[in-house]
Design a protein around this ligand. Structure first.
Ligand code: KIV
Ligand code: ZN
Length: 537
């Protein structure tokens, strides 16, 4: 059961159809607010296009994330369109859009969100002495008045309004209390306290949330949320301390991506609450079995690899190397495992498919891994699976995930790889010849280079006739063994615009060529749209 916090303050000018989240959660229920598509995308070098954002949003919705922050609509046309598309396709999660405390931002956010089943405007304004003086150059009372005016303005458009005092943890307490009280009076239904610079520590943050709970007279009319950055590696600990103090919404991202050192990692928050429900008697609605898949999709799209020892989603998170540990786990998994691999979507069956597996088995495997593909996408994926099974005797779950995610991220490619020939080895020079299909026309490029990868990239550039700057080249083996697929990420920059391209193949050189071509395709889309400069919050 939930309690409507604004049942008495409805206004007929409001157009929101939102019903699900403008409520106070049951005792112990914590709303999960995912900001992978907004704060996560603000990670340096991380940019996602519309299709990629929609893809991630769909997985988040399947995971039963309560609120998906889809972007910052005024930041660029691309951001606006992505928020609007996410708002259109997502039906079961609330979709939020970020806006500074000004009318133009709020109107643009509402324009992007208005078709959502359950929209939320998230508006923010700095309240710390440092930010007010140097960033805003505003007096505290003018800041508070702006909060009142703009939260009220947002609330006239949408029933569901969140307000954040940016740099909340470095804000003077009396002033924070007054701003929070005013924001709630003006119609905010969620108050989010950000630790914008990742400065606080758990006890202090617990005390801050308790202080707000005790001192703000109308605090029971809003959900308290927290938004912690990880500059000191304390984002998850701080978020959990806040939940202990009464916060009932946590803002976080998949794999903890985000500005600078990132945000609190969603998978860590969810699994800590689930695994230690004895010490932390709170729960979320998140279906944790989707975590591994979401993590892989986000790292494929962003090119941000997950460190092997990362909690919950690192490659080693459930691996037992030492003999003593292996022996213990074989006798009783609980000896060294505090949660099961299955609970985060890691399947027990490691060896699954091979070249004799048919369509039915492949479909069943996809379903087991959490994918539902349309007919065309399924046929493409099946063909790629068969090609892979011809090259590789054992096809593991990880191979199939890589194969499907690889397919998902390259739907509208104008440039396609037809063939590639490479001369590598110790005898100079290393050369490459590529054949590309560009809008249906076959073009060739040939070049030598400092090594085979360089030769491939140079020959692709010649064939396409572009010269972007290579910022990142990264290879990851999908599974073990010399026949493992290589997943390559390439980051390219052209005139200040950055894109990530991905490619997977059993041949590392082919994977590199695919990744480079994928990035070029994305750059071409950016060029066509020629967006205004992106902004960050
Ligand atoms: O870190 C921060 O303060 C933010 C706000 C916009 C919530 O991202
Ligand atoms: Zn942030």
């Amino acid at each position: 059961m939930t309690t409507d916090v604004n049942a008495t303050s409805s206004e007929n000018t409001r157009k929101s159809r939102s019903a699900s989240v403008r409520t106070i959660p049951d005792e112990g229920r914590v709303f999960v607010f995912d900001t992978t598509l907004r704060d996560g995308e603000q990670s340096p070098g991380c940019s996602m296009n519309l299709d990629e954002k929609v893809q991630i949003a769909r997985v988040l919705e399947e995971m039963k994330i309560d609120i998906i922050e889809a972007g910052f609509p005024i930041a660029s046309n691309g951001d606006f369109e992505a928020v609007r598309e996410v708002a259109r396709v997502v039906k079961n999660s609330t979709v939020a859009g970020l806006a500074r405390c000004n009318k133009a931002d709020i109107e643009r956010a509402w324009e992007a969100l208005r078709e959502a089943e359950s929209p939320r405007i998230h508006t923010f304004l700095s309240t710390s002495p440092l930010h007010m003086k140097f960033k805003l150059q505003m007096e505290p009372e003018d800041v508070r008045q702006s909060v009142i005016d703009h939260v009220g303005y947002a609330r006239n458009l949408c029933d569901n309004v969140e307000w954040s005092p940016e740099d909340g943890t470095r804000t003077e307490h009396d002033f924070l209390c007054r701003c929070v009280e005013s924001a709630i009076k003006a119609g905010a239904t969620t108050i989010n306290i950000p630790d914008t610079v990742g400065y606080t520590v758990p006890e202090e943050f617990h005390a801050l949330i308790s202080m707000l709970m005790n001192r703000v007279p109308n605090i029971d009319k809003a959900v308290i949320s927290v938004h912690c950055h990880n500059d000191l590696g304390l984002a998850v600990a701080n978020s959990l301390a806040a939940v202990h103090a009464g916060a009932r919404q946590v803002e976080c991202t998949i794999n903890g991506i985000g500005e600078r050192a990132g945000n609190a990692a969603l998978e860590e928050i969810v699994m800590a609450l689930r695994t230690r429900s004895d010490a932390l008697p709170y729960d979320t609605a998140v279906e944790s079995e989707h975590i591994t898949r979401a993590s892989h999709l986000v790292s494929t799209i962003t090119g941000f690899q997950v460190q092997p020892n990362k909690a919950i989603v690192g490659a080693n998170a459930f691996a037992h190397e030492s003999g003593i540990h292996q022996d213990g786990v074989l006798k009783n998994a609980e000896t060294y495992e505090i949660m099961t691999p299955e609970s985060v979507g890691l399947n027990k069956s490691t060896l699954v498919m091979g070249k004799h597996s048919g369509r039915h088995a492949f479909k069943a495997k996809l379903e087991e891994l959490g994918y539902t593909l349309g007919d065309n996408a399924f046929q493409d994926a099946f063909k790629r699976f068969k090609d892979l099974a011809d090259k590789k005797k054992d096809v593991y779950d990880e191979d199939i995930v890589a194969l499907v995610d690889d397919e998902v991220v390259r739907v509208k490619d104008r440039v396609k790889l037809v063939s590639i020939d490479v001369i590598a080895g110790t005898k100079q020079p290393q050369t490459a010849t590529v054949e590309l299909d560009i809008d249906g026309e076959i073009r060739e490029g040939a070049s030598d280079g400092d090594g085979p990868i360089d030769a491939i990239f140079q020959s692709i550039k010649k064939a396409v006739g572009v010269n972007p700057h290579l910022q990142l080249f990264q290879i990851n083996a999908v599974t073990h063994g010399t026949d493992a697929q290589a997943e390559v990420t390439v980051r390219l920059e052209e005139n200040g615009k950055t894109v990530n391209g991905q490619g997977a193949d059993t041949d590392t050189l082919v994977a590199a060529a695919k990744a480079y071509i994928h990035a070029l395709n994305k750059l071409a889309v950016k060029r066509e749209k020629s967006e205004p400069e992106a902004m960050s919050a």
